[in-house]
Ligand binder design. Structure first.
Ligand code: DCP
Ligand code: MG
Length: 335
């Protein structure tokens, strides 16, 4: 017998920024599949296709229960023919042949490994693959010139690949907090990115730093970086900063010398003037798709431009309208 709930279509609004979406996901098998296709598209420089798969995955993430029947998807936004085929395949066969063959393809595997090196993007990885480099050993043996970030990325590959836990993020928050306090006592620091959204792991730790007095944030970043770097040479602090973005930090000290004591973690530090803080906090909290959709909503639905610095009205006439004033052109504003 067909259960009523199985044929009641779901309903969600068209933009991700109109939807509440916690980390609870009733459709992880489907969204993992679509996310993998999105990742493959992004790694192949097909950003349009990548966004389409990301939007489709986001719609499924927002559903209140698991999809069991294609008819439940009728009328849902952002589900194109390609995404629907993948979903149908998984509902009917348990897997999608396209997803499985992508996952197993040599090209995808090589792109994942090479772009997993900090500082290596899809274009560089693609060039290396065309030169026959598919893995880290082949890269090391190739004699390719690596920049400083890439050298550090290669050296700490295994650490950086390992997700950062919330406990590690909080420990690093303590270290960066002390550094900020000593170079600028009034400055404020906030944990942003995935951890602010309640995630328990992340690929990095994102911080936003500001100062209550506009202008006093200028020069804060170089001071912070050199403070952190100086700890290394003096052996005063349990942290080492490489390329501004890779942190080596000492995990719980162990008396045994054989035990691992250091761990490399990616850290993203952003400094914002207090006047832009609200936009920076909104912009750096994510998720990436949520941010993209906020900007799309602002542009397409409201005629405004949203960035992590400001919200601009694209038609200045509308500012007057918002203020309940009749538009006055510049040459008549000579008060
Ligand atoms: N961000 C964005 N667009 C980008 C990169 C970043 O809008 N191209 C914003 C939204 C992200 C936030 O910055 O959520 C932090 O970037 P991360 O790549 O660190 O993303 P998350 O913190 O969300 O993910 P993770 O938990 O894997 O670190
Ligand atoms: Mg992050």
């Amino acid at each position: 017998a067909v259960n009523d709930s199985e044929v009641t279509p779901f309903s969600v609004p068209g933009y991700a920024c109109q939807r509440r979406c916690t980390l609870e996901n009733h459709n992880a098998v489907l969204t993992d599949a679509l996310s993998l296709l999105a990742e493959n598209a992004e790694l192949s420089d097909e950003d349009g296709r990548g966004v389409a798969f990301r939007r489709a995955a986001a719609v499924l993430k927002a559903l209140p229960s698991a999809v069991t029947n294609m008819s439940q998807l009728t009328g849902l936004p952002c589900l194109g023919g390609h995404s629907l085929r993948v979903i149908k395949d998984i509902l009917e066969n348990g897997t999608s042949s396209e997803v499985e063959s992508t996952k197993e393809s040599e090209r995808f595997k090589a792109l994942k490994v090479l772009t997993g090196i900090f500082g290596v993007g899809s274009k560089t990885a693609d060039r290396w693959i065309r030169e026959g480099i598919h893995n880290l050993q082949q890269l090391r043996d190739s004699g390719q010139t690596l920049n400083r970030a890439q050298q550090a990325g290669l050296e700490h590959y295994d650490d950086i690949k390992q997700p950062v836990s919330l406990a590690e993020a909080e420990a690093i928050r303590g270290i960066v907090g002390r550094a900020v306090a000593s170079v600028s006592p009034e400055a404020q620091i906030v944990l942003t990115g995935g951890f602010r959204r309640g995630k328990l792991t992340g690929h990095d730790v994102d911080f936003l730093i500001t100062h209550p007095e506009e202008g006093s944030e200028v020069g804060l970043m170089p001071k912070l970086v050199s403070w952190l770097e100086s700890r290394v040479s003096c052996h005063l602090q349990n942290v080492l900063l490489i390329c501004d973005v890779i942190f080596l930090y000492e995990t719980t000290a162990s008396p045994s010398t054989t035990e691992r004591r250091w761990r490399a973690v990616r850290v993203d530090l952003v400094v914002s003037p207090i006047s832009q803080f609200a936009f920076a906090l909104l912009g750096w909290t994510g998720s990436k798709l949520f941010e993209r959709e906020l900007r799309r909503w602002a542009g397409h639905e409201k005629g405004m431009s949203l960035s992590s610095h400001a919200l601009y009205d694209n038609k200045q006439e509308e500012i007057f309208a918002h203020l309940g004033l009749e538009f006055i052109p510049p040459n008549e504003r000579n008060a």
